[in-house]
Design a protein around this ligand. Structure first.
Ligand SMILES: Cc1ncc(COP(=O)(O)O)c(C=O)c1O
Length: 384
């Protein structure tokens, strides 16, 4: 038999290495050695999907009509539910032209550049950031250009210094990994930049609903002019503990939505309709589970941030997301520091994994119960 040698495309060759693989492997090693590791690394909710949403899936799964190919753009009833949900929270949208179902928001973010980016076109991406923006730009043969997010500017990029000849701009507030939030003034600045320079904006709003202490995060689309320049991508994953279900949506400018819809209609055949029906239940049904979730994460945040500050760290309390973005107290490089934490039995994500400007920070995810967070703080006290 002749062995086929898999030769990867130059596109795959230039993808950055998966830094987290090393941490995952070391974590597994520690567990084999019998150490019970507390994992504050992954941004994956530990709470179950609310039962009324699960029940909705169960009954929808029995319907034969749902067993056939869905439409890539999503059922009209799903898109209507999205538009009603958005109207209640932010702005009115036309479900036929301004809403598109996604198989999780990652899918939409990853496919968007294929609709608008040609070889060498510039794509503005925040640094640090959720890695998908940069990788999607590369996979579309575009050129990612970093916009640094630093503490002195509240982790908002300096839009006035952004490359005006870019084609696409990604932003994300409430932000992963920094947990920073944006105000209307910042969004207005983005809209002005985009309309002056013909840049499409994609705002990633995956954490819009996870806000605390009475704070409510604004939708990018609620700023005047935003509907003319871009879209917002959102997800049921974090709001309803549905990461495994893969259900999200893109909303906003009809031409941008149409471009993404065209790419998707050639690449995927949509989300299982029973999952879309459950998604409708999530958005149209009782929302008390979201309030409960907000209270849960706020309590965990308080325990972690107060605990870290008590042991000599200097950490701000985030108003949103389920992340805590902590400056590394001993100034060591973030990867090295995360390995030290792992030796003490705590997994956290080194800032460098989100980009060069993430160096100097470590990200904790609030996805374990309070008792484990308290134990993690006790372990961290031994490290520094
Ligand atoms: C900022 C951000 N955007 C998008 C996603 C993707 O979410 P999903 O594909 O589950 O909708 C994540 C997941 O962690 C994220 O942190």
């Amino acid at each position: 038999m002749v062995k086929v040698i898999a030769k990867y495309s130059p596109r795959l060759d230039v993808l950055p290495p998966y830094l987290f693989a090393r941490i995952d492997a070391l974590k597994a090693e520690k567990e084999v050695q019998g150490l019970n590791v507390i994992d504050l690394g992954v941004g994956d909710p530990d709470q179950p999907t609310p039962p009324h949403i699960v029940n909705s899936l169960l009954s929808a799964a029995h319907k034969g009509v749902n067993h056939r190919y869905p439409a890539s753009e999503g059922m009209l009833s799903y898109r209507e539910a999205v538009s009603e949900w958005y109207a209640k929270k932010h702005i009115a949208l036309d479900p036929t032209s301004e809403v598109l179902a996604l198989i999780g928001s990652k899918e939409g973010l990853a496919h968007l550049p294929l609709a608008f980016i040609g070889r060498g076109d510039k794509v503005l991406v925040p640094d640090p950031a959720y890695p998908v923006y940069k990788i999607a730009a590369i996979l579309a043969d575009g050129k990612p250009i970093s916009m640094p997010l630093t503490a002195d500017s509240g982790f908002l990029p300096n839009i006035d210094k952004a490359a005006a000849d870019a084609k696409l701009l990604f932003i994300n507030y409430p932000n992963n990994p920094t947990a920073a939030v944006a105000n209307d003034a910042f969004f207005r600045n983005v809209v002005d930049f985009a309309s002056d320079n013909d840049v499409i904006v994609c705002h990633d709003g995956a954490y819009l609903e996870l806000t605390y202490d009475g704070y409510r995060a604004p939708s990018f689309l609620s700023v005047r002019g935003a509907m003319d320049v871009g879209i917002e991508v959102n997800s049921l994953s974090k709001t309803y503990n549905m990461t495994g279900w893969r259900m999200g949506f893109a909303v906003g400018n009809a031409d941008v939505i149409a471009g993404l819809r065209k790419v998707k209609s050639n690449l995927d055949s949509g989300a299982f309709q029973a999952v879309q029906e459950a998604g409708i239940t999530a958005m149209a049904g009782p929302q008390d589970s979201v309030d409960t979730l907000r209270r849960l994460y706020a309590e965990r945040r308080d325990v972690l941030v107060d605990g870290l500050n008590d042991i000599g760290w200097s950490v701000d309390k985030p108003k949103a997301t389920f992340y805590v973005w902590a400056p590394i107290p001993d100034g060591s490089p973030s990867l090295e520091f995360s390995l030290k934490l792992l030796d003490a039995g705590v997994v956290a994500t080194p800032g460098i994994g989100f980009g060069d400007y993430g160096e100097g920070y470590i990200r904790f995810a609030l996805t374990v119960p309070v008792g484990m967070i308290e134990e993690a703080v006790r372990r961290l006290a031994e490290v520094v």
